[in-house]
Write a protein that binds this ligand. Structure first.
Ligand code: NAD
Ligand code: MG
Length: 401
């Protein structure tokens, strides 16, 4: 294991939006963080540029052809080893050279590598919320068993984490909010680009409109999830596992300005909020340096320039996906695994122009209707249910067309 003063970091999802923000924070702190490994799926041009700029020890492409193209394009003197294949990926995240893993692959595709990092007891910076939504208790139990340090990158969960005492921060998944004096967690969400759009216009919105988030710049999948508020639903489930909440302890509050990133309400009437400009470099810097603080490159919040901050309840008729996710959370692990898989397929189909925006919720609902009672005991069980649900979802899409 490398020394504590220099963290060797692997970035899963290096070519994405979170990958870029992570590299931006790390680049300003090269005396503390070393880019050891970069992992991406298919984007050779972007990976090539990242290799030239950051000179990782290993660049891993999940797509075999992409790995070959990258290898051919890299100048040999640069000293980057290109790998591909599942075994090489697991070797990379579990290597004893590695201290920290940024888990920022989008969707279920990130589960295996993120889970491997957790089982290997790494410091895991979790952006890939879908991995936790799918595997819930298994994920949190694996953290406890291996002694992995889990730090939430998702801005809301990072905000909640910052507003909670150390006794909770160091015992995620198994903490008692009640013992810490917490009465509820207030998960804030902007409501996305369609918060005030006429309801009847939603059926015909385009992928470009759905991806145009008013406050955050993000990858396409999470942008669509923000427009349906499925993102808040997935975050509701994510918070349930991270902070070991019961249904009464978790509430969603719509806050269109995204200045408050979430809040914790205490028994004595105190409410602690974490605020800042909406820029993922803040939670990423917090996770990289916790419990210390480093600069992130994000401008300080200027209270004299802030307009009004407003709050309201989420409208279930406008955001049925949020409602489905909260119900699935209540229902249990099987329902949340099914919902995640169905939603990934539905969002892909929407982005590809195969279904309309409001049909995303319909596909999710039809897959959830198939949930039966069976227990998920392993990651293999979860992946099997994920793949079965994808088949159901594609059938539902075919029926629509
Ligand atoms: P993105 O689409 O910009 O990037 C996705 C990354 O995942 C890319 O590097 C891509 O190569 C990689 N990837 C995709 N499929 C893969 C596969 N099959 N195998 C390996 N790698 C694969 O997405 P993003 O916006 O950076 O989001 C990444 C994750 O972080 C998501 O789970 C998202 O919910 C979460 N997150 C993102 C933000 C944000 O502001 N972007 C905020 C909170 C949480
Ligand atoms: Mg978030």
């Amino acid at each position: 294991m490398p020394s504590e003063s220099m963290q060797n970091v692997v970035i899963l999802g290096a070519t994405g939006s979170i990958g870029a923000s992570t590299l931006s924070v790390m680049s300003a702190q090269t005396q503390r963080y070393r880019v050891y490994g970069l992992v991406a799926n298919t984007n050779v041009d972007k990976m090539l540029a990242l290799c030239l700029a950051h000179k990782p020890v290993i660049a891993h492409m999940v797509n075999e052809q992409a790995a070959m193209t990258l290898k051919a394009a890299l100048p040999p003197h640069i000293g980057v080893t290109v790998t591909t294949g599942e075994n090489a990926l697991i070797d990379l995240v579990t290597s004893n050279q590695i201290h920290t893993v940024m888990a920022a692959i989008v969707g279920a595709a990130g589960l295996l590598s993120t889970f491997a990092a957790v089982k290997a007891g790494k410091r895991v910076l979790l952006a890939n919320k879908e991995a936790l939504v799918m595997s819930g208790a298994l994920f949190m139990d694996a953290c406890r068993q291996s002694g992995a340090t889990l730090l939430p990158v998702d801005s809301e969960h990072n905000a909640i984490f910052q507003c909670l005492p150390e006794s909770v921060q160091t015992n995620l998944g198994h903490c008692s909010l009640d013992a810490a004096g917490v009465s509820s967690i207030l998960l804030t969400g902007s409501g996305g680009p369609f918060l005030t759009a006429p309801l009847e216009s939603l059926a015909s919105v385009t992928p470009a409109q759905a991806c145009k988030h008013p406050n955050w710049s993000m990858g396409p999948k999470i942008s669509v999830d923000s427009a349906t508020m499925m993102n808040k639903g997935l975050e509701f489930i994510e918070a349930r596992w991270l902070f070991n909440t019961n249904a009464a302890q978790l509430k969603v509050v719509v806050h269109p300005q995204s200045v408050i990133h979430s809040m914790v309400q205490y028994r004595d009437g105190s409410v602690l909020a974490q605020m800042g400009n909406p820029d993922m470099r803040t939670p990423i810097a917090h996770c990289l340096s916790y419990p210390q603080r480093i600069t992130s490159g994000v401008e300080a919040l200027d209270f004299f320039k802030l307009g009004d901050l407003s709050f309201c309840e989420a409208d279930i008729a406008r955001f049925p996906c949020l409602h489905l996710a909260m119900q699935a959370c209540e229902h249990g692990q099987e329902a949340t695994t099914v919902l995640n898989a169905a939603n990934e397929v539905a969002v892909d189909a929407f982005l590809a122009g195969q279904i309309g925006f409001t049909q995303i919720a319909a596909i999710n609902e039809s897959c959830l209707a198939q949930v039966s009672q069976s227990s998920l005991k392993s990651i293999d069980d979860i992946l099997q249910l994920d793949s079965l649900t994808r088949q159901h979802a594609w059938q539902a899409i075919k029926r629509i067309n």
